[in-house]
Structures are given as structure tokens and as C-alpha cells.
Design a protein around this ligand. Structure first.
Ligand SMILES: NC(=O)c1ccc[n+]([C@@H]2O[C@H](COP(=O)([O-])OP(=O)(O)OC[C@H]3O[C@@H](n4cnc5c(N)ncnc54)[C@H](O)[C@@H]3O)[C@@H](O)[C@H]2O)c1
Length: 241
């Protein structure tokens, strides 16, 4: 199992927690990063090992230190799942510079910083797999999701660039672009916004966290080895490329 060490950001969130669960259940050692990681309690590490660290993914120094610490304590990660991120429902004229900077920093720069920090460790291992969280809004755009859509489209571009650059290192890089998925954060969004999203999904339901985690497990499995630079959109038919 020495080659199965995963770092997960946003590990205390709706999708992040279940991702940590799934990777531990698969016998991996997991480094769980979040702003408020101390509340990531009650997880049964099973045959895996869980290392929890409070890390702000927008802080370059903290990110570098966190990955160095993981490498020292449980070994160099061969998997990174970048999940930390959030959104705001705001139209163009209500999107302040502060909100723009906050969402671009968290969703895009945070993903970049974690990729940059993990790659030397993956190179030392002879390869790895990176999964970045985009969104359906990063593919088709969405009214009143101005900064969020821009940040998540940026994640797709970052993913494709890294997939090309890191292929010679046997590092694959893919993105996820889910449709609305009912985590506690999303369930608290205005009902009218949720209803609008649901009305666009041909399969007639929101995404589930299991839909997302299942895609992650697939991409980290043996049969996921030949996918890189792709954007996997669990979206019930909302958008068809
Ligand atoms: N839930 C959905 O409908 C949906 C759809 C598409 C994409 N996504 C994306 O999936 C990811 C997770 O969504 P979720 O619904 O589970 O959200 P969530 O709010 O439950 O989880 C996000 C986690 O990120 C953490 N975080 C925030 N800022 C951070 C920082 N600076 N450093 C480290 N961690 C930080 C939060 O503390 C939280 O635990 C996000 O990137 C989101 O944009 C979600």
C-alpha cells in the first residue's frame, strides 16, 4: 500500500468528506486538508491512515509546507483531489472586486497552488493522478454565477495544460464538472435557484455525492489510467458536449 497516498482538499465539505471516506475504504492513506479540519471527526480510517491538516489552499507557503509535511509523515502523495471551493449567486453588477478575487483565489489559484506543490512529490514517485473540481457552470456558464463560472472554466484550462505538460512524468490530470449536487451547502441555496437547475436536467434529479465520488474512484482505479485532460461531467444530461 506504500504507493497509495492521497491528498484531498476541501475534505470537510459535502463532497470532500465522502471522498475521504471512499479513499480510506479503498485502503489508501489520506491527507485531509480544509480550513476547519478539526471537525472532520468520526471517520473510520479502516485499513488506511488519516492525516488531518488545517490548510488555507490560497496561501502558497501553507500549501507547500502541508505537502512537505505529508511527504515526511506518511509519504509522498501519488494522488491529489482538489475539491476546496465555493460559489456566490451574484450577477455582473453585484460582483464586487472582493467577491471576484475571493472566488478566483479559492477555486482557481488554490487548485493551481496545490498542483504545483504536489508535482515534485509525484515525480519522486514516478507518477500520479490529479483530479480538479470544476463545475457545469464552468462549461456552459450561468447567469448570476459570473465569477464562479469564470473560475471553474479556468480550472478546465488549467487541467488541460497540466495534462499535456505532466504526461511525460506519468501524471494524469482530469477535471470533474458536476451539475447541482445536493450537499448541505447547496441545499441551503434559494429554492428558486435550485428549481431552475433541476428543470434543466433531463434525468430529472439533482446529482448525488455518490455520483461524484464514484467518478473519482473510477479515475483512480486501474481502468482510469489512460484518461488525462478530460472533464467528466456527472450532469444527468444538462449539457452534452
Ligand atoms: N455541490 C454542488 O452542487 C457542486 C457542483 C459543482 C461543483 N461543485 C464544487 O465541488 C466542490 C465542493 O462542493 P461542496 O458542495 O461539497 O461544498 P462544501 O462547502 O460542502 O465544501 C467545500 C469545502 O472547502 C473548504 N474550503 C473553503 N475555503 C477553503 C480554503 N481557503 N482552503 C481550504 N479549504 C477551504 C470549506 O471549508 C468546505 O469544507 C467545490 O469546489 C464546488 O465548487 C459543487
Amino acid at each position: 500500500m506504500a504507493d497509495r497516498i492521497a491528498a484531498v482538499t476541501g475534505a470537510n465539505g459535502g463532497i470532500g468528506r465522502e471522498t475521504v471516506h471512499a479513499l480510506l475504504a479503498d485502503g489508501r492513506q489520506v491527507a485531509a486538508f480544509d480550513l476547519e479540519i478539526d471537525s472532520l471527526d468520526g471517520l473510520d480510517a479502516g485499513s488506511g491512515q488519516l492525516l488531518k491538516r488545517s490548510v488555507d489552499v490560497t496561501d502558497a507557503t501553507a500549501v507547500e509546507e502541508a505537502f512537505a509535511e505529508v511527504a515526511k509523515e506518511i509519504g509522498a502523495p501519488d494522488v491529489l483531489v482538489n475539491i476546496a471551493g465555493t460559489n456566490r449567486i451574484l450577477g455582473l453588477l453585484d460582483t464586487t472586486e472582493e467577491i471576484w478575487d475571493y472566488l478566483l483565489d479559492l477555486n482557481l489559484k488554490g487548485t493551481f497552488l496545490c498542483c504545483r506543490a504536489v508535482v515534485p512529490h509525484m515525480r519522486s514517485r514516478g507518477g500520479g493522478r490529479i483530479i480538479n473540481m470544476s463545475s457545469i457552470f464552468g462549461i456552459r456558464g450561468e447567469a448570476r454565477q459570473v465569477a464562479y463560472s469564470a473560475s471553474k472554466a479556468g480550472v478546465v484550462g488549467l487541467t488541460r495544460a497540466l495534462a499535456t505538460e505532466l504526461a511525460p512524468d506519468s501524471i494524469t490530470v482530469n477535471a470533474l464538472a458536476p451539475v447541482m449536487t445536493l450537499t448541505p451547502r447547496v441545499a441551503a441555496l434559494p429554492a428558486e435557484f435550485q428549481q431552475l437547475q433541476l428543470s434543466r436536467i433531463p434525468l430529472g434529479r439533482y446529482g448525488s455525492v455518490a455520483d461524484i465520488v464514484g467518478t473519482i474512484v473510477f479515475l483512480l482505479s486501474d481502468v482510469g489510467a489512460f484518461y488525462t485532460g478530460q472533464t467528466f461531467s456527472a450532469n444527468g444530461g444538462d449539457t452534452m458536449p
